[in-house]
Design a protein around this ligand. Structure first.
Ligand code: SAH
Ligand code: SF4
Ligand code: F3S
Length: 470
């Protein structure tokens, strides 16, 4: 039997591509597996946004190579942003690969899978040699009962903004906006396959312009949110430069939207923002935050931050701390600047890495306070969250995400994964808050976000009560 295993690194764009690769593989007759040692084709969808992502991908490639030693029929292929950046270098560094596919090669990858498919007719999932390797899954893999519940739909490829630190435009090309009709078709298809949450993805989704008629992102959201059968809708990522009052007015008016706005600020210093080529000032960012809060008062605001950018002084860094204190983000992804080959900032004088590391720690202390505060507000309430799968730390527990993107962990109810996937919106009574999210107990599950929750396990007491009543 032909089985495919895919590991995805990086951002929402790679997640969306991985879903497309799986769709193509399934159409060609592959089964999807969450166990690399059971796979006939292993795919690594890579990222190169920071050096750590690059090193991780090469490490994982070398590790998974053992599968091919265990069984020479196994194919190992690499795609995504690092594959695009390192196409030639990768063939030299990892000559054992069976294929390297760039970011615009997803269709060709699908054709290659279809061509290999007949060769796996007698491929057995259970191979002692491969099983002994115990490679486990590392990054997110698409498989299992819950993966169809969340679907990513690309609205825009590439990015034309060329922030001076960023590799993305170099590996994904300039903006290429999809037509509204194509986006609607994809959303309908995912919804009909059982997706409960659709995320519209692009590097700067709010810069969206419908190629034919010029509809903007607010128009697109309105059209998608009106689709029949759609449960919840989210979007990632927005750029402060393309923030408009029309957009936040629309966000506040659409009930099906997940109440979470991701608006990366990167730095609190105007001098740094200018050198980053971010195209806004902190004063403008704060005005936008104020407008957003007036239309969407209960929404979570999240961000990305970079410390240790070339030329960042202690005063610049303190401006970032001050901004974070002032805004109080519900979630923030924080990074030490990492020079990327071919980008302007990589050629500038660098900040020593220990300074970057120390600033990251100081920033985390400030950010963690507001993040924890956001989670504290949920203690004592019941939140409705979508199941992701078993918790990585404790398989007896489930990991879920609320619609404002908070991780929730709770003991798994006593029922099959299939039953859970049919009622995947769980009501969780939150008893504790942490920096990473919340924990609590499951009170019941609903088929739809706005549907009634039904308890999973019927307790003896509940049984007696219902007997007495009948
Ligand atoms: N398009 C999005 C972000 C895409 S990359 C935006 O403009 O906001 C995701 C995040 O990675 C960025 O927001 C930035 O914080 C971080 N990042 C990108 N390049 C980086 C680099 N060279 N070093 C460190 N962090 C980086
Ligand atoms: Fe990179 Fe800037 Fe484009 Fe975001 S907007 S993807 S940070 S170049
Ligand atoms: Fe990484 Fe490519 Fe996304 S470099 S962050 S996977 S667009």
């Amino acid at each position: 039997m032909a089985c495919i295993y895919i590991e995805t690194f990086g951002c929402q764009m790679n997640e969306a591509d991985s879903q497309e690769i799986i769709d193509r593989a399934s159409a060609a007759g592959y089964e999807v597996t969450s166990d690399p040692s059971a796979a006939s084709v292993v795919v690594l969808n890579t990222c190169t946004v920071r050096d750590s992502a690059e090193r991780r991908a090469y490490g994982r490639m070398a590790h998974l190579r053992a599968l091919k030693t265990g069984d020479s029929r196994v194919k190992l292929i690499v795609c995504g942003c690092l594959a695009e950046q390192d196409r030639d270098r990768m063939r030299l560094r990892a000559p054992y690969l069976d294929g390297v596919f760039g970011t615009s090669d997803v269709a060709r990858l699908g054709e290659q899978l279809a061509a290999w498919r007949p060769g796996f007719e007698d491929f057995s999932e259970a191979s002692e040699a491969r099983a002994l390797l115990r490679l486990g899954g590392e990054a997110d893999c698409i498989a299992g009962a819950f993966s169809h519940l969340r679907a990513f739909v690309t609205v825009q490829r590439g990015c034309s903004y060329y922030c001076t630190y960023c590799i993305v435009p170099h590996v994904r090309g300039r903006f290429d906006h999809r037509s509204l009709a194509d986006v609607l078709t994809d959303v309908r298809a995912k919804v009909s396959l059982g997706a409960r949450e659709i995320t519209l993805v692009g590097q700067t989704v709010n810069a969206y312009r419908e190629p034919a008629r010029g509809a903007d992102f607010a128009d697109l959201l309105e059209r998608v949110a009106a689709l029949e059968g759609l449960d919840r809708l989210g979007f990632l990522t927005s750029h402060p430069k393309d923030f408009t009052e029309k957009l936040v007015r629309t966000l506040g008016a659409l009930a099906r939207l997940n109440p979470r706005f991701h608006l990366p600020v990167q730095s609190g210093s105007n001098a740094v923002l200018r050198r980053m080529n971010r195209k806004y000032t902190i004063e403008e960012y704060l005005e936008k935050v104020a407008a957003f809060r007036s239309y969407c008062p209960s929404w979570a605001l999240s961000t990305d931050l970079i410390v240790g950018f070339p030329g960042e002084s202690e005063a610049d860094f303190e401006a970032t701390l001050e901004l974070c204190e002032r805004v109080g983000f519900a979630q923030a992804f924080m990074f030490v600047y990492s020079p990327r080959r071919g980008t302007p900032a990589a050629r500038w004088e660098q900040i020593p890495s220990d300074v970057g590391g120390e600033r990251l720690r100081r920033l985390a202390t400030v950010v963690d306070r507001s993040v924890r505060g956001w989670h504290d507000r949920k203690v004592g309430t019941t939140v409705r969250a979508l199941v992701k799968g078993p918790s990585r730390k404790d398989a007896s527990k489930l990991a879920l995400k609320t619609s404002d993107n908070v991780t929730v962990v709770a003991p798994a109810p006593i029922c099959s994964e299939t039953a859970l996937a049919e009622r995947p919106w769980l009501d969780v009574s939150v008893s504790q808050a942490h920096v990473w999210g919340c924990s609590g107990t499951v009170a019941g599950g609903a088929e739809r976000y706005d549907g009634p929750a039904i308890p999973f396990a019927v307790s003896p007491l509940f049984d007696i009560v219902s007997l007495v009543r009948s």
